[in-house]
Design a protein around this ligand. Structure first.
Ligand code: APR
Length: 394
């Protein structure tokens, strides 16, 4: 079994397959240091913690993760908090930076004797339409190599070799550019709210997400095409303060902006997630915009489903779970995409309205709908339960 990519999807899969006694190797393009320090998502749903728990992989999550179950919406006219951990099914998030999760998963995998090659870039998956697929690789010194396996798991992200190797016509790709750009900021500053903060402001969305006692993630909607370093630190903090209503609701803890990325909100789903002996999971299977923190949680869920299906196929010649893998995952993926899309439309003005190019009446209409949606969330317990269930659940 060859697994491409040592992100959450590849490493959960690797741990589970190795634990089930299946011979596997993980091929990762980057160095170990790089994957253990790369800043990514940080909100694990209870469902993901349960998956990790089932396989003895959640020790670090329990020891250092912070339970979290409140979000706060701010508009120009009011603010309200949703104690989502007490609504819906009563589930919370655990705030645990993704690179810590990746570090834990790697430590467990390597400690248990799991094989992994860092600096091994997969170039192409060959012969996936039959039972003897192989993977062409290039190591860090540029030396070529080839791995043979019964199955290949493509957990190498959206731009990885697995996706690239799918022949034209092997499936359908559903892509949506949401027309919204965020500046993703990592601030060396303590959180300013004891909740996830979502500001819905005429100048654009602003988001606040605690990472640790010293580090906070912020998001600022910006014009599409904005360069990561286009805004000065003062401008960033002033804009965050304005959109989050710091004058009315309390000042923000400012600090150095340690990292900046530009995030274009996009969704991308492949159907099906299986092509013969090649199976996709995580970002390679579907990309989801970060508006509802679903990416890593889908990756964990898919990895467990895939591990079960592969174990049944390889150890017991029982193929039904593998045959269902794609359809089972896609049901979760589309549910998550639908909620994420709902969040995007809640948090942002329609792109044409924000740009001022749409018909005036049309943009005002959309804007009123958005405010009505927020009001419903503020006042209706039914809406709140629905939100909570979808926000943490899959
Ligand atoms: N060969 C080998 N490894 C590769 C290749 C390649 N050609 N291309 C990419 N990789 C590696 C990357 O270096 C990375 O370590 O595959 C890994 C993919 O990991 P992630 O991007 O973390 O993707 P995934 O495991 O699917 O997890 C999804 O990550 O992007 C976030 O928000 C997303 O939280 C979600 C999670």
């Amino acid at each position: 079994m060859v697994i491409l990519g040592a992100g959450p999807a590849g490493l959960v899969l690797g741990n589970l397959l190795h634990g089930a006694g299946i011979d596997c190797v993980v091929l990762e393009r980057a160095t170990r240091e790089h994957v253990q320090t790369r800043t990514r998502a940080g909100y694990l749903a209870e469902h993901s913690v349960r998956v990790l728990d089932r396989h003895g992989l959640a020790e670090g999550v329990h020891r250092r993760g912070q339970r979290h179950g409140v979000c706060e919406f701010r508009t120009e006219s009011n603010r309200f908090r949703l104690d989502y951990g007490r609504l819906g099914k009563g589930e919370q998030h655990v705030v645990y930076p993704q690179h810590d999760l990746v570090t834990d998963l790697l430590t467990q995998y390597v400690g248990a004797g799991g094989r992994i090659r860092f600096g091994a870039e997969a170039l192409a998956v060959r012969d996936a339409d039959g039972p003897h697929p192989s993977v062409d690789v290039r190591d860090a010194d540029g030396r070529p190599g080839r791995w043979h396996a019964r199955y290949v798991a493509g957990c190498d992200g959206r731009h990885g070799a697995a996706r690239r190797s799918l022949p034209a016509g092997a499936g359908r790709r559903h892509h949506r550019d949401h027309g919204v750009t965020w500046l993703g900021l990592l601030a060396e500053a303590p959180p300013s709210l004891d909740a996830v903060g979502y500001a819905i402001h005429p100048r654009g969305f602003a988001g606040h997400m605690a990472r640790s006692a010293e580090v906070t993630r912020y998001y600022l909607q910006a014009e599409p095409g904005t360069a990561p370093d286009a805004w000065s630190e003062d401008r960033i903090w002033d804009e965050l303060a304005l959109r989050l209503g710091a004058a009315e609701h309390g000042p923000l803890h400012r600090g150095r902006i340690a990292q900046r990325t530009v995030v274009a909100l996009e969704s991308d789903v492949l159907e099906p997630l299986r092509y013969g002996s090649l199976l996709l999971a995580g970002d390679a299977a579907s990309l989801i915009s970060p508006s509802a923190a679903k990416g890593a949680n889908l990756a964990v869920l898919e990895a467990e489903l895939l591990a079960r299906a592969l174990t049944a196929a390889l150890r017991h010649a029982e193929h039904s779970a593998l045959d269902r893998y794609s359809a089972d995952c896609l049901a979760y993926i589309w549910r998550a995409q639908e909620f994420s899309h709902w969040m995007i439309r809640l948090l942002h003005a329609e792109p044409e309205a924000a740009a001022g190019t749409g018909p005036e009446g049309g943009s005002r209409f959309q804007d009123r709908l958005r405010h009505s949606r927020i009001d419903a969330l503020r006042t209706s317990r039914t809406q709140q339960d629905w939100f909570a269930e979808n926000y943490v659940g899959l």
